[in-house]
Design a binder for this molecule. Structure first.
Ligand code: AHR
Length: 498
């Protein structure tokens, strides 16, 4: 930090890489009320729904243009048998979900998930079961979802209401197989990844193009498991295998990275509202570690793939606090405070600064679980500050990153020293320059001078998301405590005052 007052300067002409809209992706797991209650209410529910999927949630998600939804887990994916979740509702197999030792009715399965993805206008990212499943089961699942042929599984999908093959843009080869997905060493995982990757074929002709053996630009992309801590052994082993792979076998397009932010005492420890500034500052400091994790894994990937063909997909991230008092501990239901919104913005800024390599990210999780955008309680729904941050970042979807330099100022809380401001800028196709600026300071406002070079700036409009306290939350009774408010900024000598 520095004692100089914060200032930011944007070069409107020096255009960088495209910011993949998929860094604003979502993650939905069969955990707590992430699916049941959060998305699925059932066709006979009094809560307005389309084919069982709640309409208020769909409307809210359409408004933030969700680019991609990862499903069915998480750790749940490596215990999931897709056959339990298809066919007539009254014939679905009920199982036990490890998350909270509750009955998993399997009412929400493949067809319901793909209907949900379609209703919100998003892309599918399905994770197959590597931990307890087989390549044959995963291959059959792909056949069920994607074949256009009248095979037994193709006909089964048609009988279940969807004659046309589904579009599956991404396939995850397992989840955290170093941990809940089977405790595999990096080399053990790579052996499994090769087998699963070779046989999980997307058969949808619309995605595969017409030239044999030539990969269509629309082909399904496969994502390997990567790190969930400071180690880079998975990244190293997967990338090495990729450079040595046999032709016409398997391929990958991405490696996943998981990182959860904890508060002062680590993940699952701090309250999700009613925390002090010490906890706030610790969680902000902890979340900025995302930068180091991305840098470390990118460095390993650069050794094997200097052209950056393989993307780093941060497909689980967010702040993980203690669950709300009085709720099932394993349901991981948290309040969403202004702090979480600030933290989301800081993570987006990190992803954008690494846009060359980070081409997808999926916040954990979309509704009612961990760092959620949406909370529901029966018929009630509220939008968290993190939801609003997603909306504020909409212009950055597929925009060109611009070069930003700034004097960050400093924010000190006890022993923790942080910059006071952080920011990114981008230019959209229509030539508009967008700035996203975050004030990290829990108490002090900031007057920020923003100089935009290479463009005439006379005025600017925008929105501000703030609240009287960083632990402020929206409630069903007061849903707009933390909501964006429009602002108009003045300009003096080409310099904007924010
Ligand atoms: O998001 C909750 C859990 O965190 C996921 O199931 C798992 O992948 C991670 O450890």
């Amino acid at each position: 930090g520095s004692s100089a007052s914060p200032a930011i300067s944007v070069d409107a002409q020096a255009s960088g890489p495209v910011i993949s809209r998929e860094i604003f992706g979502q993650f939905v797991e069969h955990l707590g009320n992430g699916v049941y209650g959060g998305i699925w209410v059932g066709k006979d529910s009094a809560i307005p729904n389309v084919r069982g999927i709640r309409s208020d949630v769909v409307t809210a998600l359409r408004a933030i243009k969700v680019p991609v939804v990862r499903w069915p887990g998480g750790c749940f994916a490596d215990q999931y048998n897709w056959r339990h979740g298809i066919g007539p509702a009254d014939q679905r197999v009920a199982t036990v979900n490890m998350w909270g030792n509750v009955v998993e009715p399997n009412t929400f399965g493949t067809d319901e998930y793909l209907d949900f993805v379609d209703q919100i206008g998003s892309e599918a990212y399905v994770s197959v079961n590597v931990g307890s499943g087989t390549p044959a089961e995963a291959a059959a699942w792909l056949e069920y979802m994607t074949t256009d042929q009248p095979s037994t599984l193709g006909k089964l999908r048609a009988a279940n209401g969807h004659p046309a093959p589904y579009r599956i843009k991404y396939l995850g080869i397992g989840n955290e197989n170093w941990g809940c997905g089977g405790g595999m060493s990096a080399d053990e995982y790579v052996s499994e990844m090769k087998r699963f990757g070779s046989f999980t074929r997307n058969l949808n002709p619309a995605q595969n193009g017409v030239v044999p053996f030539v990969r269509s630009p629309d082909a399904m992309r496969q994502i390997a498991v990567g790190p969930g801590d400071d180690k880079t052994d998975y990244t190293e082993a997967v990338m090495k295998a990729w450079t040595q792979k046999a032709p016409y076998s398997w391929d990958i397009d991405g490696i996943s990275l998981h990182y959860y932010t904890g508060g002062k005492a680590g993940v699952l420890q701090s309250p999700s509202t009613g925390f002090g500034e010490d906890d706030y500052a610790a969680s902000i400091r902890n979340t900025l570690k995302m930068e180091q994790l991305i840098a470390a894994n990118s460095a390993v990937m650069d050794k094997y793939d200097p052209q950056k063909k393989i993307a780093l997909m941060v497909d689980e991230w967010g702040i993980w606090t203690a669950p709300m008092p009085g709720t099932n501990f394993m349901f991981m239901r948290q309040h969403g405070s202004l702090r979480d919104g600030i933290l989301a913005a800081l993570n987006f800024n990190i992803f954008v600064r690494h846009a060359e390599r980070v081409r997808m990210a999926n916040i954990a999780q979309m509704a009612n679980v961990i760092h959620s955008l949406i909370l529901t309680d029966g018929a009630k729904m509220l939008l968290t500050p993190t939801y609003h941050v997603h909306r504020l970042y909409l212009p950055f979807q597929d925009a060109h990153r611009l070069v930003v330099t700034f004097t960050p100022g400093s924010y000190r809380a006890g022993e923790i020293a942080l910059p006071q401001v952080d920011g990114i800028a981008a230019r959209t196709k229509d030539g508009t320059v967008w700035l996203a600026v975050t004030n990290l300071d829990a108490a002090r406002t900031v007057d920020l001078g923003a100089q935009v070079h290479g463009m005439a700036t006379r005025s600017a409009v925008g929105e501000v998301l703030t609240a009287p306290a960083v632990d402020a939350i929206n409630t069903y009774a007061k849903p707009d405590v933390v909501a964006p408010r429009p602002v108009r900024f003045s300009a003096q000598g080409g310099k904007l005052m924010l």
